[in-house]
Write a protein that binds this ligand. Structure first.
Ligand code: 6PG
Length: 245
């Protein structure tokens, strides 16, 4: 079975995390070499947590962390120390272990504790101030939900079709998001402007959705709407097993 060029299949979640760490390191080196800095938008959830642990385990010298700016593709409307906070997960897995090399001024978190509309507008202003318009990330990391969501762009939520803003407070009503809530998220255009976009997908529970997203019409699922100059899917064999040639 031939694997499409934009899909990279790894044996398991650990190999996927290490492969993603290698790609992030290469993208960071190229960005820093070309522009003196690397701006990465991180995703939340369990899949990237393994990547962050791998990066932390490789130590402070594994890449020029002092030139890396960390942003978030989405955030829950909770305080940074809440167990559901994407920032909180990243702080424990990556920021704290590498505190000696990641400058606080380079950590740009979405303020989930603020009024969501204000937090989204503030983040969009910070993005444009740092990256211009459109804000061009060097790398956006994304996950895939079992319902086809990515970032906090959930099926049927208004944020999925926003084309005129970079960041939105997105009302979500989904069992995957544990009911009705508001999520802060980059929009499709903000994600799509990135130089590199990498979906990280692991586990048999994602196999059915991954097979659909890779073959369905683009507008069928939010994840399918993401287009850009360099979009790749880093997946493990368990997640890839239902993809047919
Ligand atoms: C979030 C994420 C979300 C995540 C997917 C996959 O805030 O939850 O940004 O889009 O990437 O839900 O999550 P897992 O990696 O935990 O399966």
């Amino acid at each position: 079975m031939s694997v499409p060029a934009h899909v990279r299949v790894f044996a398991d979640a650990d190999a996927l995390a290490n492969g993603a760490a290698d790609e992030l390191t290469a993208i960071a080196a190229a960005a820093i070499g070309a522009r003196g800095a690397c701006h990465v938008a991180l995703s939340g959830g369990s899949t990237p947590k393994r990547l962050f642990q791998v990066l932390a385990g490789r130590g402070p010298a594994a890449l020029p962390w002092d030139r890396v700016h960390l942003w978030w593709g989405d955030e829950r409307t909770v305080a940074p120390d809440h167990p559901d906070s994407n920032y909180g997960m990243t702080k424990a897995a990556l920021l704290d272990p590498l505190t000696s090399v990641i400058a606080p001024a380079h950590v740009h978190r979405l303020r989930g504790e603020d009024d969501p509309v204000t937090a989204a507008a503030d983040y969009a202003r910070a993005l444009v101030a740092e990256l211009g318009e459109p804000p061009v990330f060097d790398l956006v990391l994304l996950g895939l939900g079992p319902d086809g969501h990515t970032a906090s762009l959930f099926p049927g939520s208004p944020g999925v079709s926003v084309e005129d803003r970079w960041v939105v407070a997105n009302p979500v009503d989904s069992p995957v998001a544990h009911g009705k809530t508001v999520r802060l998220t980059l929009t499709v255009p903000a994600i799509g402007a990135a130089r590199h976009i990498r979906f990280l997908v692991a586990g048999a529970d994602k196999a059915a959705m991954l097979a659909q997203v890779l073959t369905a019409p683009r507008d069928r699922f939010p994840a399918g709407r993401i287009v850009g100059v360099d979009v790749a899917w880093l997946v493990d064999a368990a997640a890839y097993r239902e993809v047919t040639p």
